[in-house]
Ligand binder design. Structure first.
Ligand SMILES: C[S@@+](CC[C@H](N)C(=O)[O-])C[C@H]1O[C@@H](n2cnc3c(N)ncnc32)[C@H](O)[C@@H]1O
Length: 421
């Protein structure tokens, strides 16, 4: 019979140990998730008291790793968010002219069960690179997730032109998708902890990476840990390389250190280069934005009309009569990086549905993607006003406020996020 009765200090000690070792905070992992993981592991190891389990966790041996495997959130998917992979394909194509015999070095951290690094490999092959032109280091804290990654086997149905273009590199076996041995050999899966990046020397990793994917991990960290991890990436990313983060993580990137790469919705960044009289930083690929939006990016407020404060009408270029279609259409446009049209479409939608939180949430995301942060803040604030429990909106607004130095407000939003779970 398991007893979960324990002194609060014991509970705090386990949570604190987890945060110190991995950077994962209780706020973001969720107290329930941590408790569930402890109970599960206590059952498996037939440990009766939390005190005994805490003792086991501190011993050398497999229990710490087994606990980590249980508590982490390994959610991932192939070509997650799509646009970052389109951006990678165009960027890599542009690099091939200057690669010569050199390989592109890519880091996927955290790689979870492998879908992200395999998507990177398939993207590069689809973009015309050969197997010899790149290598990928794929790192994660979870041994269990890495086991799945190393098998290269997934119970999914692959469909669509992207998969067909790289059909030589995967097959179906026993109703599972199996990556080919050639693709698997381009990836080195390793157990590792991103907290190693927070110290000056980086054990086992001395690379100059051309591309780093660190998506959907920074959101679990407190602001100080996020900055330390980003400083680590700063050290091991090539000066012209790309850092991809998750869409809710862009607020962590300090503007004086990182500049947004001009590929909307890719959430890719480069190290900021201070311009000298003879040097002007140029993007590696042509921006997919059409010229009117470029001018909006240079002067983001020039055309954005705030539905929060104004109800002026704009000229309509959209011929979609049903309001819900407009919201759906603006999401599709935003996903396809057509931000100017997405913005127009969503503005029209909000004129018809001025109380729809999802509309304001989308406007907030679009404005953030084009760098109009004050507008983004206003739309997101309206979204969380209308949808007080909307986790993504709360998180995005908290990160945005944090990046603007409004720590108190960000903390308040994080508390609300916690209460909404
Ligand atoms: C939500 S998944 C993200 C996977 C992938 N990057 C994506 O966006 O689809 C988060 C992963 O982070 C890993 N993780 C958590 N803390 C870590 C740490 N300190 N170092 C390395 N990986 C960590 C977890 O094991 C989990 O597999």
């Amino acid at each position: 019979m398991i007893s979960l009765e324990c002194e609060p200090w014991l509970w705090n000690a386990i949570v604190q140990h987890l945060t110190t070792k991995t950077g994962l905070s209780c706020d973001c992992l969720g107290a329930l998730n941590i408790r569930r993981s402890i109970v599960h592991r206590m059952k498996v190891t037939q440990t009766r008291t939390v005190a005994n389990y805490w003792f086991q966790l501190q011993q050398q041996g497999g229990e710490w790793q087994a606990f980590l495997d249980e508590v982490v959130v390994p959610e991932t998917s192939f070509f997650r968010d799509r646009v970052p992979f389109q951006c990678l394909a165009e960027w890599a194509q542009a690099q091939t002219q200057t690669l010569n015999d050199r390989k592109l070095k890519i880091l996927s951290l955290p790689c979870s069960t492998g879908e992200e690094p395999y998507s990177i490999a398939l993207t590069l092959l689809g973009a015309g690179l050969s197997l010899e032109q790149f290598e990928i280091d794929a790192i994660d804290l979870s041994d269990r997730a890495l086991g799945i990654a190393r098998s290269g086997r997934y119970a999914i149905q692959a469909s669509g032109s992207l998969w067909e273009r790289v059909a030589d590199y995967w097959s179906y076996q026993d109703q599972c998708l199996q990556m080919s041995p050639e693709v698997m050999q381009t990836i080195d899966f390793r157990l590792g902890n991103v907290m190693d990046w927070t110290i000056q020397s980086i054990p086992a990793i001395d690379s100059n990476y051309d591309v780093i994917f660190c998506r959907n991990l920074l959101i679990y960290f407190d602001p100080e840990t996020r900055q330390k991890v980003l400083q680590g990436f700063d050290r091991c990313l090539d000066k012209t390389g790309l850092l991809f983060v998750g869409h809710a993580e862009t607020g962590s990137l300090l503007r004086d250190r990182w500049s947004m790469f001009p590929f909307p919705y890719a959430f890719a960044y480069q190290k900021s280069i201070s311009p000298t009289p003879n040097s002007v930083a140029k993007p590696h690929i042509k921006s997919p934005l059409k010229s009117p939006l470029k001018s909006k990016i240079q002067n983001p407020k020039s055309k954005i009309k705030s539905n929060v404060t104004s109800s002026e009408s704009t000229e309509s270029t959209i011929d979609l009569p049903i309001a819900t279609d407009l919201l759906k259409r603006s999401r599709e446009l935003a996903d396809a990086s057509k931000l100017e049209e997405a913005l127009d479409c969503c503005e029209h939608y909000l004129k018809r549905q001025p109380l729809c939180g999802e509309g304001y949430f989308l406007m907030g995301q679009i404005c953030q993607a084009i760098g109009s942060l004050a507008e983004s803040d206003r739309y997101l604030a309206k979204a969380v006003y209308l949808m007080p429990d909307h986790e993504e909106a709360l998180m995005l607004l908290a990160l945005l406020r944090e990046s603007q130095g409004d720590v108190a407000s960000a903390q308040g939003l994080r508390q609300r996020l916690l209460r909404s779970r």
